[in-house]
Design a protein around this ligand. Structure first.
Ligand code: GLA
Length: 724
């Protein structure tokens, strides 16, 4: 029996460099690798002169052997912070220490695995770590092997344990609920642990699986900020804990229910991936890293993104009231305003006349569609549009043929009431017969109809989520949903899928490996959308952001906004229209057409460039789309509330090149004179509307800023800046 760990074995350093960031891990053969550094880019060759312990005198009344933060800290052997693994074998093997470490470059300087063993608890952990040299995105996942001879109950396995420096002061995360996605929440970082947990069984609107940590003085465009996100569509938890050396420990992973993961001898547990990054250029710099990473991960049919087609979604136009002549007339009117994809939303399948019946019976309702969906689909296609169809595969209504035939297919717990939400239950899709049933039903429709697109909904939280074996079933639902999506895409490679979950309840990098668009929110009120979209853009790029022009008053809030504002707010996303285009007066219809035309002109630029968000103050926020050093820039600025100033503020545009001049012209859809948007009585704004526009110095725009017009609340101002 040793009374204290043996003296340190020699240190080796694993160093990874990005463009803006570096990462240093100190490895000793006999213990878990120590985190030394995750911060701004170090010069090549720069590293710690000494092993960490050599520079940390022991404080008083401490263990006689210093235990710094490792990449896989474990409870019970001298580490008093949050553990990366909480597990046991029937109450034993609870104390965990990973030593005997090996590491191996998968791609030198870029990707490696670190393998660690706990020979006492008989466990092996492997950390897979990769730093993208261009985007500075760090990808980490952890794999645990039960190398013992008895089952291991796992309560928690962090996907990643990240170090944050002591200069971190606040954490920005998102809360929310249905129709209030990406509600920003800023909490100070203190010695109290910061923690968010989600147990709703889907990504959720309430608690986003990720956050941004800011250091003192960081702004939208300057200063050091860190971000991390768990690529996972189920339960999750993250915590940030203060440590006694002043740094913080950030952990993210899947939240597991008691008894949910029990590893048999020889069995492995894989965590979801953590996608993390830092930027020395503030929140916008960080957003660019996440956008680049998501763009790299998205898997498009034919390997590349086609221009994002303008949608018409039938939901708020017709709800459950499907009648073929009406739908055909809607499709005609849609084609006339320039719609490119017609998405038939909820209401088309057996008995779906309201939200109390039908889910699970995925064939056309014979009353509404006596000849099936083919006549409508063909009509849509004949008008030059793609046809899309809504499903909610994981769900079943008690009032359905499916539930009557297979009541045991719904998640449930013996002796507990089956709790419905929106009158529906959740199917246990991890069961082969259930996923086969769903695959067969969807596949049959995809085979027989020209369906280019599926809107894949998931409209409730998971409760009483027990599987057939009576054990918790949250975890298994997630890979099962991914697998079903992948299977459908493999059978139908041209298919695109939208992830929806009562609006934005399933938006994450995990589901986005199988999908191509997200329905950002059921709230289409343009004013609400300004905030929702700005939160969204911190992690996700605009081309996957479902953004619809809705009706006025908005069904979700009762507020009304001019078409000009609705159009301008939806413009940068993946544009759609969700209103009854048959019943617009001629002027509004022309204006809508104008926004659609403008979108088609600008979508490639909007969807392939970088995005900067800014706040001019006085209730004016803006976003700029362009490439550093590029020649074309589009600025979209929104006034969300009446001005409190006599003179409007200016928008300072630090992304422009200070050594160039730019030609500025106001951008409006054809049918809309600029006067309808803002008061242009000053000469500058008059000149912006002329074909030659106004020439301005980049450096002036960077530091003094672009003058903004006086404008009423809920108006937009869009400017094209072209480098000369
Ligand atoms: C959810 C979606 C909506 C619509 C309805 C249909 O609420 O977010 O867009 O598809 O379901 O029931």
């Amino acid at each position: 029996m040793a009374y204290a760990p043996l003296p340190d074995s020699p240190a080796e350093y694993v160093v990874l460099h990005g463009r803006e960031s570096s990462l240093v891990i100190e490895c000793h053969a006999d213990e878990g690798p120590l985190w030394r550094y995750w911060g701004p880019r170090l010069a090549d060759g720069a590293g710690p002169a000494l092993p960490l312990r050599a520079s940390r005198p022991l404080p008083s009344f401490m263990l006689d052997h210093d235990q710094p933060l490792t990449v896989m800290p474990g409870l019970g052997v001298g580490w008093f912070g949050q553990s990366a693994l909480l597990a046991h074998r029937a109450g034993r093997d609870f104390s965990l220490a990973f030593g005997r470490c090996r590491w191996h470059w998968v791609e030198p300087g870029r990707a490696l695995w670190l393998e660690m063993h706990d020979d006492v608890a008989r466990l092996q952990a492997t950390l897979h770590l990769q730093l993208d040299g261009d985007s500075d995105v760090l990808r980490i996942r952890t794999e645990l092997l039960n190398a013992g001879d008895a089952p291991l109950d796992v309560q928690w396995l962090a996907a990643a344990t990240l170090p944050l420096p002591d200069s971190c002061t606040a954490v920005r995360s998102f809360a929310g609920q249905h129709m209030v996605e990406f509600l920003p929440q800023v909490d100070p970082l203190t010695r109290s642990t910061w923690r968010r947990e989600n147990r709703r069984g889907r990504t959720s609107q309430d608690c986003f699986p990720g956050a941004v940590v800011t250091t003192t003085g960081a702004t939208a465009d300057t200063g050091l900020v860190y971000g991390a996100h768990l690529a996972w569509s189920g339960n999750h938890q993250q915590s940030i804990e203060w440590l006694h050396d002043g740094q913080f420990l950030w952990q993210l992973g899947e939240w597991l229910a008691p008894g949910e993961v029990r590893l048999a001898p020889g069995e492995r547990l894989q965590t979801p991936e953590v996608v993390a990054s830092l930027s020395t250029q503030g929140l916008n710099g960080l957003a660019a890293h996440f956008h680049a990473e998501l763009r790299r991960r998205l898997s498009w049919p034919q390997g590349q993104m086609a221009p994002r087609p303008v949608h018409l979604n039938t939901w708020e136009a017709l709800y459950f009231d499907h009648r073929l002549p009406e739908l055909e007339a809607l499709a005609d009117a849609a084609a006339d305003v320039g719609i490119e994809r017609f998405v038939l939303d909820d209401g088309w399948f057996l008995g779906r006349h309201h939200d109390r019946a039908g889910l699970g019976d995925w064939w056309a309702d014979p009353q509404k569609y006596p000849d099936g969906l083919a006549p409508l689909a063909q009509h849509v296609v004949s008008r030059g549009m793609q046809f899309g169809l809504w499903f909610e595969p994981e769900m079943v209504n008690p009032d359905s043929e499916l539930h009557r035939a297979h009541p045991d297919w719904a998640l449930q717990i013996d002796g507990r009431p089956m709790l419905t939400a929106r009158n529906q239950l959740v199917l246990d899709i991890s069961r082969r017969e259930v996923s086969d049933y769903l695959f067969d039903k969807l596949d049959a429709l995809l085979r027989s109809l020209p369906i280019a697109y599926i809107k894949w909904d998931h409209n409730r939280d998971l409760a009483t989520a027990g599987g057939a074996d009576g054990r918790p079933a949250w975890h298994a639902q997630v890979p099962a949903a991914y697998a079903l999506m992948a299977r459908l895409r493999q059978a139908h490679p041209a298919l695109e899928i939208e992830s929806c979950s009562g609006g934005g309840g399933r938006i994450d990098f995990g589901v986005l490996q199988h999908t191509h668009r997200v329905w950002t929110s059921d709230n289409i009120d343009a004013l609400s959308r300004v905030d929702i979209q700005r939160g969204f853009l911190q992690f996700f790029p605009p081309e996957i952001m479902g953004a619809h022009i809705g009706t006025a008053p908005a069904h979700s809030t009762g507020r009304s906004q001019a078409m000009a504002f609705r159009g301008a707010v939806a413009l940068p996303g993946h544009l759609g229209v969700e209103l009854d285009v048959r019943h617009l007066d001629a002027h509004t219809r022309d204006e809508l057409k104008g926004w659609i035309t403008l979108y088609k002109q600008w979508r490639e630029h909007l969807h392939r460039s970088r995005v900067w968000l800014g706040d001019a103050g006085d209730h004016v926020v803006w976003q700029m789309h362009g490439e550093p050093g590029g020649s074309d820039w589009l600025l979209l600025s929104y006034r969300t509330a009446p001005s409190t100033l006599r003179y409007a503020p200016a928008a300072r545009l630090p992304m422009l090149d200070g050594s160039r001049r730019y030609r500025l012209r106001v951008v409006t859809p054809q049918a809309l004179p600029a006067e309808a948007l803002y008061n242009g009585s000053a000469a500058f704004f008059e000149a912006l509307r002329t074909p030659q526009g106004v020439e301005m110095d980049g450096d002036w725009l960077r530091h003094a800023g672009l003058p903004l017009p006086r404008a009423k609340a809920e108006t937009a101002f869009i400017v094209h800046l072209q480098a000369l």
